[in-house]
Design a protein around this ligand. Sequence first.
Ligand code: HEM
Length: 209
Amino acid sequence: MTSQADQPLSTRVRLGTRVEHQAAQGSGFLDALADGRLPLAAYADLTAQHYAIYETLEKAAATMADDPAAGAFVAPELTRLPALAADLEFLGGSPTVRPATEAYCARLAEVAFDRPAAFVAHHYTRYLGDLSGGQYLGPAIARAYGLTGEGHRFFVFEGVEPAAFRTRYRLLLDQAGWPAEEQDEFLTEVSEAYRLNIAVLAALKEEWT
Ligand code: HEM
């Protein structure tokens, strides 16, 4: 029998966060946006929260780019901040950063700038999510709100083939060769990242539904 620790890290993280993923996916807010059941301002609100989160995450990525363990995960084509700035500009409104988002950013500031495994945990949770469910969500939101070209750049990764990228990313995880403590730190922090994302989605749901 294979113990969990013998499985590749990419398998451990996927299986180990199934429940968290279900909670993130089932939060209701993203589905409501995908179905066009909320005002466009709710989508602008989500975009504003993303802006704050990626601003911090991508500062951490710049800091980690030369790290021997985390640097391999940093890829310029993932950078979302310019796309989010363009989306916010197009969507307008006066977005506020919600307390749940501030808490998320505070956690990033605490762990993602000097702990490689924790940084990769946050990097994985956002970008692999964006390149998975995000690839369905983006077009659904664009359709629901009649966005053609502008307003949903966040979901469009120029020069990235999502399935191939995910495969390569999993390989990087599996070949990282981290000692057990760092693997555990990664797995624990991915759960924390899910929790922080779920809290942001819950705050948005509370506001808009
Ligand atoms: C409507 C909401 C969502 C849908 C429909 C959705 C759907 C999916 C699907 C179908 C996959 C599997 C892709 C594959 O097997 O290759 C996936 C993977 C993933 N999702 Fe989501 N998702 C949603 C929300 C979220 C949220 C809010 C997060 C966290 C911020 C997230 C994080 C992830 C991650 C990290 C993966 C990669 C798992 C892995 O293969 O290791 N998802 N999602």
